[in-house]
Design a protein around this ligand. Sequence first.
Ligand code: GDP
Length: 370
Amino acid sequence: MMEQLKCIGCGATIQTTEPKSVGFTPASSLNKEKEKTIYCQRCFKLKHYNEVQDVSLTSDDFLKILQTVGETDALVINILDIFDFSGSMVSGISRHIGGNDLLIVGNKVDLLPKSVNKTKLNHWMRRSLKEIGLKPLDVALVSAEKGLGIDELMSMIEKHRKGRNVYIVGCTNVGKSTLVNRIIKRFTEEQQDVITTSHFPGTTLDIIEIPLDDHTAIIDTPGIINEHQLAHYVTPQVLKEITPKKEIKAGVYQLNQEQTIFIGGLARMDFIKGERTSFITYFSNQLYLHRTKLEKADHLWQTKAGNVLKPIILERDNPTAMEKHVYHIEQEKTDIVISGLGWITLIGNRQEVHIYAPIGVGVFKRPSLI
Ligand code: GDP
């Protein structure tokens, strides 16, 4: 049996099977290296390229970290994906970080149509956060990928941290490592070889520390797996297809009652009852939307899912099994959100709308974002 090897950077047990988990090292690089000097892939990249790679944890493991953070006086930054705002929330965060100061960062702002008013968006974020009991000191909108809003975020951090450590938390896929890498670049322009990994006290979970001064650091924690994220139900290839890459182009569908729209093979919206209505769709530009009559929809789904209607979710017992969500839309501009996929906006006039989405994926309505 292979003897247990430890990474000399973070101390994690070396493993060669789970690329997204702690201690991963490609088997090929194991053979080359002498046993004493093994780095896991994450530490290797950090050491040689000053580049962060995310490792992920289930929410149970993550709670241990949050509890420890809750016991220290620190500034906590929670990164959310503005395109999957509710789906990327860390459940129970307000309870677990105790009285700690919180900043909320909405990432991927580049995906929203340019016409979206940033002040309104800011208010919308605060209102949505308040509804779930979160009262951050401040909210920021950034694009980690395009480098938008980073200067403002850095000043915000400096203003609010008051000489304390800064913890960065977030679900997987929100762009946490992209953002942390941006932050690291800022710091390494001035300093060299300063970033380290270490264990989170009392656990074997490793964290990355980016020093801010002699005593304090920005601490990057592992990404949390949120089981409701659509990302976990599709292949990496499909995830690429459904994750928008650039500004989303809204689609407009004038529908009469008893009409249906398929969103690829991943979801379906039935307009059951109501006056003729404009439905505005916000999905990845690469995703194929198919419009049909309600009476034809079931047959179409049974015969064309995975064929014309694609992509579909990972093969499970029954890849076409879907959960139905029923909505009555009141007289308000409303979004119906399919977490991780996008949303549909309509002006409420007592319509009845049914959404079919993969079982377990979050579907909900909210006051319109745009
Ligand atoms: P992590 O799992 O939270 O560390 O997320 P990553 O940094 O690996 O990013 C997840 C995905 O989101 C990748 O496909 C990134 O290219 C993408 N992404 C990250 N930041 C942005 C952003 O600001 N805008 C857009 N459009 N995509 C982003």
